[in-house]
Design a protein around this ligand. Sequence first.
Ligand code: GLY
Length: 541
Amino acid sequence: MVASSESHATDAGVDILRAGGNAVDAAVAVGFALAVTHPFAGNIGGGGFMLIRLASGETAFVDYREEAPGRASHNMYLDAQGNPIKDESVVGALASGVPGTVAGLALAEQRYGKLGLARVMAPAIHLAADGFAVSYALAQDLHSESIKLGKFDASRHIFLRDGNYYQAGEIFKQPELARTLQEIADHGPDAFYRGPIAHEIAASMEKNHGLIDLGDLAAYQAKIREPLVGHFRGYTIVSAPPPSSGGVGLVEMLNILEPLDLGAPDAYASMHLIIEAQRRAYADRAQFLGDADFVTVPVASLTSKDYAVKLREELLAAKPDAPVRAGNPAPAENGNTTHYSVVDADGNAVSNTYTLNGGYGSGLTIEGAGFLMNDEMDDFASKPGSPNMFGLIQGEANSIAPRKRPLSSMTPTIVLEDPKAASDGAPAAGSGGPQLRLVLGSPGGGTIINTVLEVLLNVTAFHLKVQQAVDAPRFHDQWMPDKIFIEPGISEDTAARLRDAGYTLQRVGGIGDCEAIAVDSQTGWRFGASDPRGDGKAAGY
Ligand code: GLY
C-alpha cells in the first residue's frame, strides 16, 4: 500500500512493489517521482526525513534536512536596524539551504533497498522525459504561484511556459530534469554533490547572489539517527528526533493527554484538553528546540512522563485560555511540504516527509538542471523571538550557524501496538512484540505536529477507521499567535463553547494533507487513506 499526495507518484511506488521492491525501494521511487509530478513540494532541491521500520523490528531515521551554507551567519537576514529584510529568507538563492534529498534517498536505498537506485528512479525519469497529464490542482497551483516563479528565467520557462500557462489535461514534459535524474541514476549522489549538477547549482547560486558553493555540496551528508520513541495507552510511537520538533512535540502532547478522559472528537471537552496540550508543547518548541548537533536540546525531559504530570496539573488548574508563557503575537500562514506512507507485503514500513519549505520553494530553478531550490533557511530563527513564515516563534537554539540544520515541524510517524505491553512499552512475555498499526504524516509547516496528533488520537483514542480519522475536521493552536485555527467542519456549537470559554477562534480553509496507512490487527490488511484536502491517492494490491 502506498499513500501519497499525487497519483502518478503513488502509482510509481506500487509499480516498484509489484516489481519485487520493498517499502524502502517504493518510498525512494515515490520521492523521486514527486520531484517530477508535484513540484509544489516534491523535490530534489530540498530535504526531509525518512522514518523506516522493518518487519524485523529494526528502525532507522534518515535525516536529510537541508544545511546552512558555510558562509551563512547569525544575522544574515537582518537590516542595519536589526529587523528581518522582507522575503530575503523566502524568495531567491539566498533563501536556500544545501539540499539533502538526493543524499537521503540514495542512502536509504543503499542501506535498506533491494533494487538499486537506477531501477527505483526509472519511473521518475520516465515521468520527466515523456511527461504526464497536468491535473486540475497542479494547473491551479502553478498559476497561483506565477509571481514568485515569474521572477526567475528558468522557472518562468519551465513551470509557467513563459505565460502560456498549463491547463488541466495537457502533457508536462521536463527534459532538463529528466537528464538530471538520469545523471543521478547512472552515477549516484556524487553526480549531484560533486559532479556536473553540483557545478550547475554553484553557478546558479553565484549568478543569483546565493551562498551555496561547491565546498558546501561536497560536505553535505545525510545522517542516520535514532528515532524518537514514546508510549501512549499501549501504543509505541516512533517519530522524528531533532532537528525536527515533531517527535518531541507529539510525544509531549500524548503524555499530557494519556490519562485524561477525552470523550468524543469535535466536542468542547476533548478539544479544550487537546488545545491546552498543544499550547504547552508549542511554547516549549519555541524555547528549547533546535539542531541537537549544535545546541543542547532537553529531549528526555520534555518527553518524560514526569514532566507531563506537571504540565497536566497546571493545565487542569488553569482557567481555559490562561496565558501559557509570555511571547509576541505573530501571523500564521499555511506551510507546504509533502508526506507519503508505504507498507509492503512483508510489513516493512516507511513514513517520509520532505519539503522545499514554501510552495515551489525559493522559486529559483537551477539553470540547465530543471529543479527548484528550497527556501528552508526561513525555518531558522532569523531574529530569535520574531515569527517565521509559519508565524512560529523560535529561540536562540534555532539561530543560524554555518552547516547547522534548521528546526523542522515535519513529523513522519509510525505507531506500533502491543496490547499486552506495560505502560512504559516494555513487551509482555510471549506477546510476539509490537505490531505495525499506523504509518502517517502530513505537510503544513507549523501545523504538522498537531495534524499528526489529531489523526493519531482519532485512531487510537477515538477508535475511528483510518479514512474517517484523516477526514475528520482539524484545529491548530501553536501557542503564538494566541488563537485557535479551526477548519469549517468543526461544529458551530463546539466553536461557540470555545469562544465562551475565552478562546479566540479563526476559521481556516484546510489544515494539512495527511497520507496514512493503517494495518488491521486481526487480518493484517493494509488500509490506505489519502487526505480529501489534497489531490493524492492511496493504492495497493
Ligand atoms: N519547512 C517546514 C518544516 O520543516 O517544518
